[in-house]
Design a protein around this ligand. Structure first.
Ligand SMILES: Nc1ncnc2c1ncn2[C@@H]1O[C@H](COP(=O)(O)OP(=O)(O)OP(=O)(O)O)[C@@H](O)[C@H]1O
Length: 479
């Protein structure tokens, strides 16, 4: 390779005389190239490597001996140097993966006396930059998530716990919107998840709040009786009917809200009459001939899967869609563990007030046991457990011994070494209880939240970034 300087117009080799100076300058130039932080690889016009600097070794892990003299395609199969040789035009800012590094290169053809003699690639390792930018993205996501949580709904309102989990907050926002309109609302959820509480919250925030909210449990009243309960009856409609007849709940709720609990248990004949009343906005008393206009907002609830009842033809499809204009699904407590401390504290305050006792608190061990218990009866069961414990406790600290045996047993079962080590812990012994991967992930996250002091520690242990852990927790309503 000939190296010349043009500082004084003449070649330095010519001025200082011969090969000795060329050699010195060449050595100096090579020192310069080797001291660069960026990698440099030069190839001849056929693509054989004639030079690679030290940074190339640091970045690619390949020594000079492994590179120089070999064809560039053997060294880095996806190298863009060959493209430059073929096109004879520079390629700037091109990104290439070299083994486990990502580099960004500027590749230019080298000309000597008008003839292309090769190409040189100067590249920079951006692996770390990419990793940092990924971390920055994750940090941004976490900030967004936290900001969303901070600016979202309150955690409690009018004695109703909303909860902190994103699922609960979303549900609350839907309920708040539901309060601004008159459309029918269907609330689904297991027993004790707070369906009636939610219905009252919607009514109390709506323009109808000064009018009555009438609640009726459709499962508790036999079909024919329920019809006259809902629509009222005329005098003489049936044996034993009251003189002058009686107004129905629709009439009593006029201007307000009618809460139809356990709607899934309504018999098919009555379903048809209810649908007619909702479509026309008119009701007809049992035994009556005239119709009466009513202005009633319907909120219905069920702990059954109404869509499934529709599929089984046990619930009218047209009525289902009529009732389900706004659809709220209340999660069971086991799917919103992050909200458990709020519910426990709320129940404790209420129970102590009701019993006229000074405020009590849970010992850490009692709290751990409660956090491990699945509460199949949901918030209602949680309230009963707290009341039982407060009644049994001697002082103002509720300890494990004050909790019902079921609750304590659950923790032992969840944490017992024999259980945890065996496949039985996840129900892997039986196809009937065999979990999906999602269920396994959820259960591991739930257990992790109990086992580790902080989410940062849990994320580290699971080998997840904090943002990924937060996203997963949010997905399962555990954030
Ligand atoms: N968000 C909440 N905040 C505070 N307490 C609640 C909340 N939700 C429910 N509760 C309490 O839990 C108990 C059960 O609530 P609710 O009767 O509304 O449940 P439900 O889903 O309608 O039950 P069911 O299906 O058995 O009728 C009530 O005592 C209620 O006060």
């Amino acid at each position: 390779m000939e190296v010349t300087t043009r500082r004084h117009g003449k070649s330095a080799a010519h001025r200082r005389g011969g090969a000795h100076v060329d050699g010195a300058i060449l050595r100096y130039a090579i020192q310069v190239l080797d001291s660069l932080h960026d990698g440099v690889v030069a190839v001849d016009s056929e693509g054989y490597v004639i030079y690679a600097n030290e940074a190339n070794t640091r970045i690619t892990g390949l020594t000079r001996d492994q590179v120089v003299g070999r064809h560039v395609s053997e060294v880095v199969p996806n190298s863009h140097i060959l493209d430059v040789l073929a096109s004879r035009t520079p390629l700037l800012g091109v990104r290439t993966r070299v083994f486990d590094h990502v580099v960004v290169s500027n590749i230019v053809p080298v000309y000597h006396q008008g003839r292309m003699v090769g190409a040189v690639s100067v590249f920079r390792d951006i692996t770390e930059v990419l990793a940092l930018s990924r971390q920055l993205d994750e940090a941004r996501n976490t900030i967004d998530l936290l900001r969303e949580n901070l600016t979202a709904a309150p955690v409690a309102e009018d004695g109703v716990i909303i909860g902190q989990s994103p699922a609960a907050q979303r549900m609350y926002l839907t309920a708040r919107k539901a309060a601004t309109v008159d459309s029918p609302v269907l609330i689904e959820g297991e027993s004790g998840t707070g369906k009636e509480v939610m219905a009252r919250l919607i009514h109390n925030r709506s323009a109808r709040r000064s009018q009555p909210l009438i609640a009726v449990n459709c499962a508790a009243i036999p079909g024919t009786l329920l019809e006259s309960e809902l629509f009222g009856y005329e005098e003489g409609a049936f044996t034993g009917s009251r003189k002058g007849g009686r107004p129905g709940l629709f009439q009593l709720a006029d201007g307000g809200t009618l809460f139809l609990d356990e709607i899934g248990d309504m018999d098919p004949g009555l379903q048809a009459k209810l649908l007619r009343a909702l479509q026309s906005g008119e009701i007809r008393r049992v035994g009556g001939t005239t119709v009466q206009k009513v202005n009633v907002r319907i909120i219905s609830a069920t702990n059954q899967n109404l869509a499934q009842l529709v599929r089984e033809k046990r619930f009218r499809e047209d009525l289902y869609y009529r009732l389900r204009v706004i659809h709220l699904v209340l999660p069971p407590l086991r799917e919103r563990r992050a909200d458990l401390p709020l519910f426990l504290e709320h129940a404790m305050r209420r129970v102590c007030e009701r019993l006229g006792r000074p405020p009590a608190r849970f010992s850490p061990a009692a709290l751990r046991a409660l956090m491990a218990y699945p509460f199949p009866g949901n918030i209602r069961e949680l309230e009963n457990v707290v009341e039982q414990a407060v009644v049994l406790a001697e002082g103002d600290v509720i300890d494990v011994g004050d909790l019902p045996p079921d609750v304590v047993g659950a923790e032992t079962a969840a944490a017992g070494p024999a259980d945890r080590s065996g496949d039985g812990w996840l129900g892997l012994n039986d196809p009937g209880t065999f979990p999906t991967l999602e269920e396994v992930e959820r259960r591991v996250l739930e257990a992790g939240l109990r086992a580790f002091d902080s989410k940062a520690e849990l994320a580290r242990h699971l080998g997840l970034s904090r943002a990924t852990l937060y996203r997963k927790l949010a997905r399962y309503g555990l954030a």
